[in-house]
Design a protein around this ligand. Structure first.
Ligand code: HEM
Length: 544
């Protein structure tokens, strides 16, 4: 009798057994006069061909990681809902640290433990450094001409080097130090002005504006002031860069059905692809005049990121098309704004909910910096408690709660499970950050847990991979971290913050590809230092 394969190791033997058994069946059918009727012959042939097809072309039996059963066609898409990081965290409690899910026709695994993260992003990082196909990468990044959505290939290696050198090198970070300081102080000046007379100020909005201004400085430095309040018109509606970035985050948080069930792509269910295309053209309206202006002034010495891209384009005419310039600018704008502003907003949110912790930060600032000057970036190294507050924020509110998806470039095995080529990899940063097996009382905001702890966020401690690890680790890590730390320090040092009477500061999470705070963060804000220290730094503060 024909045996079904029990494991893929014995598959070759079984295939030849199956072939010879089928041959003998067919021979018997031909010989046998009892079974000579057409019906029996046809039936035997159909069964035989089906069996042979299954043995030769059927998928070998894989030992996939455990996971929930999916629906036909849709797989597990329907149970993910609008907050996939929450549903995936719940599911992983049941199915463990390495879970299989199916997103339409795409297979995925979810990593929910530091041990698994170490295998994927260190031991087998060379296999998992790819990105899967995404409609976002294809549409918004002009066919994957950026860094974040690009597959792992020569193109990615080249561009990653460009951005590492031109934006994120230590030299560049130092060079941009004054800009960062100026932007943060300008933002404080605006908040103090807005908050005069006990007017509540929305810190979430202010932090979003600050992050956009900071990234605009990096990208369009020289004529920056000309561009910062520039708006474009989409269908007659004026849009600022900040509102376009918000729109991108919201659209990108949606599940693009066509990405997972390709034959439905034409239907564009939910209309997300059309929205993305429209948004790309809004970004172009914003970018094109800036690019033209930069082209006219190519000789200037103090080059910004766009200048660098345009000079690369001049050197490699065909190898560096306009679309690549736009994709890279889009990439830096989207990767560097909401991430930092979300982190700063969550840190301030938790500090407003915990006045005792806020007071400890302020006490440390007074001790290390004093009240006779403003915070400098060089102070950060000595602000141990402040750094613990930022780490605790990254633990509880990872900017990218399910990571940026990776993809297996070849078949492999992890922890005794098969991971076939093209499997998507989601990193459950949110679930790991709130896992009671790893963190005591994980839903309590408690920076003390990082005092005297060796754990940092730089990719060596797999329980806190806020910026990822391995080849695809966030290149903006040092800049993003510094910006969050300096902003929180400068605000708490220069301003009194309090919650308006009757307001409860909530921690409701919003929808999007990142983890935004859903509601505004309204605070009362007033100057904390003597007037001369603001004046020295050129901040206009009205003390009346
Ligand atoms: C607190 C702030 C930030 C956080 C928490 C953060 C987090 C992350 C994470 C988790 C990834 C995915 C890593 C992976 O695939 O394994 C990533 C990728 C990336 N980030 Fe950040 N990021 C931050 C700030 C920035 C800034 C300021 C920039 C640029 C100005 C930036 C640019 C990028 C880019 C280009 C990638 C894609 C890298 C690649 O695919 O090779 N990020 N970031």
């Amino acid at each position: 009798m024909l045996q079904r394969p029990t494991s893929y190791e014995t598959e070759g033997v079984i295939k030849s057994e199956a072939a010879s058994t089928m041959a003998s069946w067919l021979a018997q059918i031909q010989k046998s006069s009892d079974l000579g009727s057409d019906v029996w012959t046809l039936l035997a042939l159909v069964v035989g061909v089906a069996l042979l097809h299954k043995v030769f072309f059927g998928r070998k039996k894989l030992r996939l990681p455990p996971g929930p059963r999916g629906w036909p066609v849709l797989g597990n898409l329907p149970i993910l809902g609008t907050m996939p990081h929450l549903s995936i965290t719940e599911l992983s409690k049941k199915y463990g640290p390495l879970m299989s899910i199916r997103l339409g026709s795409a297979s995925a695994v979810v990593i929910s433990s530091p041990e698994m993260a170490k295998v994927f992003f260190r031991t087998q990082d060379h296999i998992f450094a790819n990105r899967p196909f995404t409609i976002n990468g294809q549409v918004f990044m002009y066919n994957f001409q950026d860094v974040s959505f690009s597959p792992y290939n020569e193109h990615w290696r080249f561009l990653r080097k460009v951005i590492d050198m031109e934006i994120f090198s230590n030299k560049r970070l130092r060079h941009l130090k004054d800009f960062r300081g100026e932007e943060i102080l300008a933002s404080i000046e605006r908040m103090l002005e807005e908050g005069r007379g006990g007017n509540p100020v929305d810190m979430k909005k202010s932090m979003a504006q600050l992050s956009v201004e900071h990234i605009c400085r990096i990208c369009f430095n020289n004529n920056y002031s000309q561009w910062k309040s520039k708006s474009c018109h989409s269908n007659g509606v004026p849009k600022t860069l900040a509102s376009m970035l918000d729109e991108w985050i919201a659209i990108s948080g949606a599940f693009f059905v066509g990405e997972y069930i390709p034959y439905l792509r034409k239907l564009d269910l939910g209309g997300f692809e059309a929205q993305l295309l429209r948004l790309r053209s809004d970004f172009e309206q914003f970018l094109n005049p800036i690019i033209e202006e930069h082209r006219k002034n190519e000789g200037r010495s103090d080059k910004d990121f766009l200048d660098v891209l345009l000079s690369l384009q001049r050197e490699n005419q065909d190898g560096f098309p306009n679309d690549r310039v736009k994709a890279l600018i889009n990439n830096v704008l989207i990767a560097g704004t909401q991430t930092t502003s979300d982190q700063t907003t969550w840190a301030l949110t938790e500090l407003m909910r915990h006045p005792d912790i806020k007071q400890k930060v302020v006490d440390e600032l007074d001790l290390v910096v004093g009240r006779e000057r403003l915070v400098e970036e060089s102070d950060i190294g000595n602000l141990v408690y402040l750094k613990a507050v930022v780490k605790e924020t990254l633990r509880m509110y990872p900017s990218v709660p399910l990571g940026v998806p990776h993809e297996a470039m070849e078949d492999t095995q992890v922890a005794g499970h098969d991971i076939p080529k093209k499997t998507r990899v989601l990193f459950n940063a949110y679930g790991i950050g709130r896992d009671p097996k790893l963190w005591e009382d994980p839903t309590t905001f408690n920076p003390e847990r990082f005092i005297n702890s060796p754990i940092d966020v730089k990719g060596h401690h797999f329980e806190l991979l806020s910026f990822g690890a391995g080849r695809r680790q966030c290149p903006g890590m040092d800049m993003g971290l510094l910006l969050v730390q300096v902003t929180v320090a400068q605000i708490l040092h220069t301003c009194h913050l309090s919650v308006p009477a009757g307001v409860v500061v909530d921690v409701e999470e919003g929808i999007g590809i990142t983890l935004p705070k859903a509601n505004p963060l309204m605070v009362l804000i007033s100057p904390r230092l003597e007037p001369q220290f603001y004046i020295q730094k050129g901040i206009k503060v009205n003390f009346s």
